[in-house]
Write a protein that binds this ligand. Sequence first.
Ligand SMILES: [Ca+2]
Ligand SMILES: [Ca+2]
Ligand SMILES: [Ca+2]
Length: 273
Amino acid sequence: MIYTLILMLCISTADPWADGSPEVAYGEGAGFGQEYYPENILGPPDPDATTTFPSCSESELLTLGTNGRVVLEFVDNIVLDGAGPDFSVFENVFQFGTIYFRECAFVEVSQDGFNWVMFPWDPETLEGLAGVWPTTGDDPADPAVSGGDQFDLADIGLSWIRFVRLTDCGDDVQDGGLFDLDAVVAVNWQETEVFDRYELTYFPNPVNDFLSVHVLMPGTIRLYSLDGRLTYMDEIPEGSSDIEMSSFPEGVYVLRFSYPSGPDKSVLFTVTK
Ligand SMILES: [Ca+2]
Ligand SMILES: [Ca+2]
Ligand SMILES: [Ca+2]
């Protein structure tokens, strides 16, 4: 049995933690932890944090600043709607006697990183916000013992998500101050192929009539000859588009696609007759 376990550990490299942070926008009062971003908000929460001794390390926490926001991305896994809570957010909330020191953030989730759904929240009870309950120091992937703030995708009607966006509540919520993110951890999740949301695929190559280009979001396509001249430009929708190539002289071309808020992708292809 131990061999089976070792084999499983070798095969599965995915983890429940958030894996990347494609976007951050700091607000007033930010600064703490920026030197360690994004590593300080990826991976598990600070292992030394407890309910009464919260994390206070810049290598574990990132202060967003007033109305600041950060996006976390699950790369090797997605969060699924399973039984009960599906992911947890850990902040350095702490308890002193009967008092909790809380600094809150709004929580939104997304499948594609563009369309977002916010968890409903209550300004009185703070339910639906992150930064409300302390980290216990127990297993961060088990919501029964982990502490932190827990979110159930069933509450907003989504079956899975890949992105979590946290926005400091600023003056919208009467809390203790600035939200300091420690970690976001999936509870119900599934390993996935590493996903490139800025994917660009095309065929055939070489081409003599129509070049079929497939992209995941709308954007601008440009074709250049190898001497750098722009020979074609158009806006294309998400999905597949056919570009008529029969009037193009033979040769090698650069196909460049600009995603609306991502990197440009460039590939080479050949036109033949
Ligand atoms: Ca992960
Ligand atoms: Ca951390
Ligand atoms: Ca659920």
